[in-house]
Design a protein around this ligand. Sequence first.
Ligand code: A2P
Length: 275
Amino acid sequence: MIPMLKLNDGHKIPQLGLGVWQASDAELMGAIKAATQAGYRQIDTARRYDNEAGVGAAVKASGVAREEMFITTKVWNNDQGYDATMRAFEASLKRLDMDYVDLFLIHWPVPAQGLAVETWKALIDLQKAGRTRSIGVCNFLASHLDALIEATGVTPAINQIEIHPDFQQRDLVAANTARGILSQAWSPLGQGQTLTVPQITQIASRLDRTPAQVILRWHIERGHVVIPKSVNAGRIAQNAAVFDFALSEEDHALIEAMDSASGRIGPDPQTFDMM
Ligand code: A2P
């Protein structure tokens, strides 16, 4: 039901997954059960979300075989550097109670720290050792991507960045595509802010869909991997029911016009250095 997209290393990722930022371990037990029942196979967590143990336990409780799931986690900023990343990865796996992850990502570039290349070398070795199937980054600008590629010859499979109709990042998505990198959208619904914008609600009522479904369908048709966050079973199911309708060129034009240079909700990757 959910299409699989091919990564540049030959592995595949479901185009839609469940985001779990700000979800507690207790909420995740129900959310991941609802998600797997609705056909989700991708879960996106991070060290920083403090819920890897909850994700691991809920995936086990869901009854879906580990090999059928696509599990992502991320190394946090204060664990960057080769050795620290190796240790952080093992600690993440332990909390997840898994013996591999499908995707391991550098959470932020933190340019001021200057450790992204050393961190990337650790990810390359973890992939070689089979501990993670694929490797990638989040929140990298084109110049940050090129620094990794030039230093190691290894291109990230994914760049997970903030994308929603108010902040479409078309230049960065094009830069990812030009390098063979899939763009994964975090906060694809603009953390809920874009759901009430008239352009979206008008398209939704014409198509007899919800605003969230219109936005997620827009991401899918733009080729993004999406990870909408919800802990509500009904909304989790609704968010995955986006593969049986299509937007018109006019719909795309309306949404394209919503793009705003000031639409960013999250931090600026060039300066963000929270530890
Ligand atoms: P909830 O977890 O209560 O469903 P994003 O993925 O862009 O960060 O957006 C997540 C926010 O949007 C959460 O607050 C989530 O709340 C809400 N949300 C997720 N799916 C839907 C939906 N289908 N309709 C309305 N709100 C939604």
